[in-house]
Design a protein around this ligand. Structure first.
Ligand code: NDP
Length: 325
């Protein structure tokens, strides 16, 4: 049902950044409204064990996010399930429009829309998405019991996906474009210790092979000599990083060439005064749940100061351009 709602602080996004912003804003009596989007809880809802969230030796990603959401509700945040399709950051108050036309306005806005999985960009990858090609082992691993799968990527996500898939698959290939992994030492040690995983180094996926219905294998290119070979596989899991989910804000906020929102140093202030960005939308370096949560806290505190009339310095949209206030 179409609704119009106003809040002092409008939070868009529901990962650790958005939830933490909501907790701080609610406790500052700012009565925030949080729009939780298509994947409530964000990327952590599609991970398994999280072992680096302080206070928990090990916690399942979806459980951690459910706990954060419960805390958000407990402190009095209104949570709305909607997908924002349009924003106007030149209006006062700021405007966000949901996909059924609902209008949400805010005197300050916290953007915490996170990031979405990056794809290889192959036609055949698109063709077999959902028919053997996936970006989420926790969502789709179950379908590969006793089968052969491949994971592409060399970071922590790729290694954790490969390890997780060994719960189901009989064989897991880890395809990486270089000869050394980017994943941390703990994950690398776990990978080496797992006999079901076979790394394939210096290789890239040139094509996803299929029978027109499902994936049957991959065409791999050796990056050292360009040689091609076919690898039989029933599934491909793409784990090559993420892109910031900032398309909505393009041309309204200053961004870098990869679409990360630019913020003032040591701050979450964007190029528009009163609009703050927290988590993966502005962080290309750390991208951890705990750093995102920290930025969510900063954004709420900065929004509070902004609403009290102490404008945190926004950054210039273009070098030398005036700041929008
Ligand atoms: P990363 O950016 O860390 O790694 C992406 C990997 O994909 C790299 O190995 C990269 O290769 C490879 N890659 C990128 N583009 C392509 C391409 N077009 N074709 C083939 N390979 C490609 O992303 P992750 O998602 O793994 O991790 C994101 C962040 O989240 C990191 O900071 C990571 O540490 C963190 N994380 C932490 C976890 C934990 O602590 N438990 C769990 C999961 C993630 P190359 O190395 O050559 O650049």
């Amino acid at each position: 049902m179409r609704v119009d709602r106003h809040s002092k602080v409008l939070i868009i996004g529901s990962g650790p950044a958005g939830y933490t912003a909501a907790i701080y804003a609610a406790r500052a009596a700012l009565e925030p409204l949080l729009i939780e989007g298509l994947q409530p809880g964000g990327q952590l809802t599609i991970t398994t064990d999280v072992e680096n969230w302080p206070g928990d030796v090990s916690v399942m990603g979806p459980d951690l996010m459910a706990r954060m959401r419960a805390q958000v509700a407990h402190v009095g945040t209104q949570v709305v399930s909607d997908t924002i399709v349009e924003v106007d950051l030149t209006a006062k108050p700021f405007v966000a429009v949901g996909d059924d036309g609902s209008r949400y306005t805010g005197d300050a806005v916290v953007i915490a829309t996170g990031a979405s999985a990056r794809w290889l960009g192959l036609d055949t990858e698109t063709r077999y998405r959902g028919a053997g090609v996936s970006a989420c082992a926790t969502c789709d691993g179950f379908f590969y019991r006793g089968r052969t799968v491949a994971v592409v990527g060399g970071g922590n996500t790729a290694v954790e996906e490969a390890l997780y898939l060994t719960n189901f698959a009989a064989k897991v290939y880890l395809i990486h474009r270089r000869g050394a992994l980017r994943a941390d030492r703990t994950n690398q040690a776990r990978l080496r210790a797992n006999p079901l995983i076979e790394p394939i180094w210096h290789a890239e996926v040139a094509e996803v092979l299929g029978d027109g219905r499902v994936v049957t294998g991959l065409k791999l290119r050796d990056r050292r000599d360009g040689r091609l070979r076919d690898l039989a596989a029933d599934g491909l899991f793409v784990a090559i990083g993420h892109d910031p989910a900032t398309g909505l804000f393009r041309r309204q906020l200053a961004m870098d060439d990869e679409g990360y929102i630019l913020v003032a140093p040591g701050s979450t202030a964007t190029s528009v005064a009163g609009v703050f960005a927290a988590g993966d939308v502005q962080d290309r370096q750390f991208r951890q749940a705990v750093t995102s949560a920290g930025m969510g806290c900063m954004a709420a505190l900065e929004a509070e100061r902004f609403l009290a009339g102490h404008t945190p310095h926004a950054i210039a949209a273009e070098p030398g351009a005036p700041v929008t206030t």
